[in-house]
Design a protein around this ligand. Structure first.
Ligand code: C5P
Length: 216
C-alpha cells in the first residue's frame, strides 16, 4: 500500500475568499473559510510536492512545508498565481468574487444617502490559466453549486477549460463546515465520492493527482 508521491513536482493552489474593496475600510467578501484548499495544500506537501498556496483573507495556520502568499482581491490573486508559474498541477479552490467594486480612494460618507456601487467583472483565474502559455499539465477547478450540480459542473469544466472539476453541493453547511461530499468530473466521466472530512477529501484528490502526473 504505497503512498502516492508528488516528489519533484510543483503544485499551485488557491484558497479562501477574496475581499473586494469598496473604500479604504469596507470590502465585499464571501463565506469561504479556506479549509478545503488549505487541506489540499497540506496533503500535497505531505506527498512530497513543492507547494505554493495563494490564500485570500482567512484565519488558518500555514500547513507545514507550504509556501504561502497572502492576497486580498481577485486581481492580486491572479498576479500571485501568474508569478508562481510554472507548475505541474494547479488546483483552484478559492471562492473568487465574480465582481469587484469601482472603489473610492476615500471613505464613503453617510450623508447623501446610500451610495450606488458600480460593479466591474473580475478576471477568471482558472480560465486565464487554461489559456496561459505556461498552462499546467493538470488544471483542476472547483464548482460549488446549490442546484443542478452535475450539469452546471460539466458546463463549467468545458467553459473554463479545466481538466477536472471537483463539484460540491453547497446548499447545506459545506461552506465553513468540516465535511465535504464531492463529485470528481474528468474527461472520462463522473465519480461520486462519499461524504468525508475535508482532510480526507484532500488526501484522495492528491492521490488522484499523483497518479495522473506520474502516468503522463
Ligand atoms: O464560476 P465559478 O466561480 O463557479 O467557478 C469556480 C471555479 O473557478 C473555482 O475553481 C474557482 O477557484 C475558479 N474561479 C477563478 N476565478 C474567478 C472565479 C472562479 O479562478 N474569478
Amino acid at each position: 500500500n504505497q503512498r502516492p508521491s508528488l516528489a519533484g513536482t510543483h503544485i499551485l493552489i488557491t484558497a479562501g475568499p477574496t475581499h473586494e474593496p469598496i473604500d479604504p475600510v469596507r470590502v465585499i467578501a464571501n463565506r469561504s473559510s479556506g479549509r478545503q484548499g488549505f487541506a489540499i495544500a497540506a496533503a500535497a506537501a505531505q506527498a512530497g510536492a513543492r507547494v505554493t498556496l495563494v490564500a485570500g483573507p482567512v484565519h488558518l495556520p500555514t500547513p507545514g512545508g507550504v509556501a504561502r502568499i497572502d492576497v486580498e482581491s481577485a486581481d492580486e490573486m491572479l498576479t500571485a498565481v501568474e508569478s508562481a508559474l510554472p507548475c505541474d498541477a494547479a488546483i483552484m479552490v478559492a471562492a473568487v468574487a465574480d465582481w469587484k467594486v469601482r472603489s473610492s480612494a476615500t471613505k464613503l460618507k453617510k450623508n447623501g444617502g446610500p451610495p450606488a456601487l458600480e460593479l466591474l467583472p473580475n478576471p477568471d483565474i482558472l480560465a486565464t490559466l487554461a489559456q496561459h502559455p505556461l498552462r499546467p499539465r493538470l488544471l483542476v477547478g472547483f464548482a460549488a453549486e446549490t442546484d443542478d450540480l452535475l450539469d452546471n459542473a460539466a458546463a463549467k469544466r468545458a467553459r473554463k477549460g479545466a481538466d477536472w472539476i471537483v463539484a460540491n453541493d453547497v446548499s447545506g453547511d459545506v461552506m465553513g463546515g468540516s465535511h465535504n461530499q464531492v463529485h470528481l468530473l474528468t474527461a472520462v466521466g463522473d465519480e461520486a465520492w462519499d461524504s468525508a472530512p475535508k482532510d480526507e477529501v484532500a488526501r484522495r484528490l492528491v492521490a488522484r493527482i499523483a497518479e495522473e502526473l506520474n502516468k503522463q
